[in-house]
Design a protein around this ligand. Sequence first.
Ligand SMILES: NC(=O)c1ccc[n+]([C@@H]2O[C@H](COP(=O)([O-])OP(=O)(O)OC[C@H]3O[C@@H](n4cnc5c(N)ncnc54)[C@H](OP(=O)(O)O)[C@@H]3O)[C@@H](O)[C@H]2O)c1
Length: 244
Amino acid sequence: MRILIFGATSAIATEAARAWAERGESLFLVARDKKKLKALAADLKARGAAHVAVLDCAAEASKAHASLPVKASKALGGLDAALIAHGVLPDEERCRRDAAYALATLQVNFNSVVSVGTPLAAFFEAQKAGVMGIISSVAGDRGRASNATYGAAKAGVSAWASGQRARLAKSGVHVATLKPGFVDSPMTSHLKKGPLFASARKVGRGVVNAMDKRKDTSYLPGFWKPIMLAVIHLPSPIFKKLKL
Ligand SMILES: NC(=O)c1ccc[n+]([C@@H]2O[C@H](COP(=O)([O-])OP(=O)(O)OC[C@H]3O[C@@H](n4cnc5c(N)ncnc54)[C@H](OP(=O)(O)O)[C@@H]3O)[C@@H](O)[C@H]2O)c1
């Protein structure tokens, strides 16, 4: 398989890329940090990737997103799959008093997913084959006080991915929505870790499995599915009283 990864330096994406490298896939890594990209490419080559190419590109660089699928396809001799993995966890306290900051986080967590995903969807639709994995979050299932802005962006990502999946199915293209719960990664380095935290390795391998099996929506790890079912259906008067 030939796979493009946007946000390749993320801990979860890195672990997915390692799983792909170990089975000899070819990878086109896109991320904003050239140094991290170089180190990741060396790591993946050492693990057995057939071919690794890199490109630095930020989530805000929307004009550069249109050419990513063609660049990846040229570098790898075709493109079979893509994973969109980048994201930021905003300071929700700051979002409450600084709308410009809140909007900037929505730009990274939602708008740029559409900006990167739209040309990828068009590319796969034109070749009538492909798998797109899009990392959303359990946070998008119901807006919580502690992460309303992040949750809103991820709700948008989940809805957009669902719509693309329904649209592209008739072209033989699959869109996998990936919903991790708490993951021990740089994004959560400031948070106290509890029993609900999973390793980036476990979640990264879950991403690969979900894309391989062309699953529609995957909770990662799977125990989040019943948890979120309960959270979604909690009556509002109770939900408002909880410190979530
Ligand atoms: N960790 C969790 O608990 C958790 C839970 C649910 C969902 N998720 C989602 O999982 C995905 C991966 O997160 P992670 O846990 O692997 O965290 P991570 O290791 O902190 O990765 C975040 C990635 O996003 C990239 N990024 C941030 N802002 C960017 C920008 N403006 N332009 C380009 N790249 C940017 C970062 O690049 P740099 O390396 O250059 O900083 C990094 O590669 C995200 O979509 C996140 O929302 C995470």
